[in-house]
Design a protein around this ligand. Structure first.
Ligand code: HEC
Length: 192
């Protein structure tokens, strides 16, 4: 990944997207299992693409430039994937950077449950939740805070990064995180 250019990363992402399976509808428990497996697979593609873009940007432009990449590219990848799968795919958190990512009531409940489950000893990697309602299937998976994230979400944000954050995100609440915290969650909705 290190030697990939921006455009080849985008190609790689689209390729992964195209390898995915078609939209599923779930009426039986087996189909529901398949739907959960599919949600996990789509989010793995999303997570890999985000980390690839982030690493590329950090290596080539430095963290202040990478803020702009996150600002533009993260929503773009989410949209590419959402269009491809006809699912709404995004990221949310109890403390968001971009208010567009604020959780709705259902997502807030799930995020609070994730915090409780973590306090009771579950590992963040295993925190997921899904529910089928009358008109939709919803799935969430927790995102851990890693060392790589602290430049932009930690306690000692470099001044040139902070300046960019102030510019794009006047309502930023996504700082002060530590390794091992839940940074937020992927969230996915399939409307039936
Ligand atoms: C170069 C700076 C930078 C780094 C490093 C970074 N982020 Fe972010 N992060 C951002 C920006 C900018 C946004 C806002 C994106 C947007 O406008 O949707 C964001 C948004 C998010 C969101 C969406 C919820 C919100 O707060 O709006 C999550 C979740 C997230 N980041 C997780 C992570 C994780 C996990 C890592 C480490 C693997 C990480 N970030 C590393 C800059 C960064």
């Amino acid at each position: 990944m290190m030697s990939m250019s921006r455009s080849s990363i985008r190609y790689f992402v689209l390729l992964l997207v195209c390898l995915g399976v078609a939209t599923l509808s779930a009426d039986t428990p087996e189909e529901n299992d398949a739907r959960v497996a599919h949600a996990r697979q789509v989010l793995r593609v999303f997570a890999d693409a985000l980390v690839a873009e982030l690493k590329w940007a950090l290596e080539h432009g430095g963290p202040a430039d990478a803020v702009k990449v996150c600002h533009v590219v993260a929503p773009e990848i989410a949209k590419d994937l959402s269009d491809q799968y006809h699912w709404d795919i995004g990221r949310t958190s109890l403390r968001t950077r971009n208010p567009k990512n604020n959780p709705d009531a259902w997502e807030r409940d799930v995020l609070n449950t994730f915090e409780n489950r973590k306090r009771e000893g579950e590992s963040i990697a295993g925190l997921e939740y899904y529910e089928e309602t009358k008109d939709s299937f919803r799935y969430m998976k927790a995102i851990p805070t890693k060392g790589l994230c602290l430049t932009c979400h930690g306690n000692n944000i470099p001044p040139e990064v902070q300046a960019k954050l102030d510019k794009y995100y006047p309502e930023d609440k996504a700082t002060g995180f530590q390794v091992g915290d839940i940074r937020g969650a992927f969230t996915l909705i399939q409307r039936q």
